[in-house]
Design a protein around this ligand. Structure first.
Ligand code: NI
Length: 171
């Protein structure tokens, strides 16, 4: 088991745009395994490679109550989004201790590769739809707080910078 370091907002590396995975090989499988370990340990329901400073299009998600249904998305793309929208209170491992409402399409259809490099399409609603959109934003260098007002974002940024400083001072 290998735990990866999760970048904390407003770390500028969270704004890098991830590149597509060229081939789903042993290196990618190792990254996925480490990302899953990191997500479960946190615990969180989703993690994008960008958050662990790996700038390739890889996402892991588990929205099950038992945390035993790992979903892996390599090179995911949203190919359809419902006109109907829904607000959901979101959080993020890169924005610890902050939660706020974001409005997004209620349903999405996503195309991706699985761990065997095989293409699949999934239609999602509810928490999984929220999670997919949130994680795919990460791959584009976007953090959910960017949907909030500048006032809120500035406040979060200040608090987290202070928190990071305090944590590194304790070491
Ligand atoms: Ni996040």
């Amino acid at each position: 088991m290998a735990l990866l370091n999760v970048l904390c907002y407003p770390d500028p590396r969270l704004h890098k745009v991830a590149k597509p995975v060229a081939q789903v090989d042993a290196r990618i499988k190792k990254i996925v395994a480490d990302m899953a370990d990191t997500m479960y340990e946190a615990p969180g329901v989703g993690l994008a490679a960008t958050q662990v400073d790996i700038h390739e299009r890889i996402v892991v998600i588990d929205t099950s109550d038992e945390q035993n249904e790992l979903r892996v998305f390599i090179n995911p793309e949203i190919i359809w989004a419902s006109p109907e929208k829904k607000a959901w209170r979101e959080g993020c491992l890169s924005v610890p201790e902050f939660y706020d409402e974001v409005e997004r399409p209620a349903q999405v259809r996503v195309r991706a590769l699985d761990l065997d490099g095989k293409e699949f399409v999934i239609e999602a609603d509810g928490l999984l739809a929220v999670c997919l959109q949130h994680e795919l934003d990460h791959l584009q260098g976007k953090v959910f707080v960017e949907y909030l007002s500048i006032l809120k974002r500035t406040r979060i940024s200040h608090k987290l910078k202070k928190r990071t400083k305090e944590l590194s001072g304790e070491r």
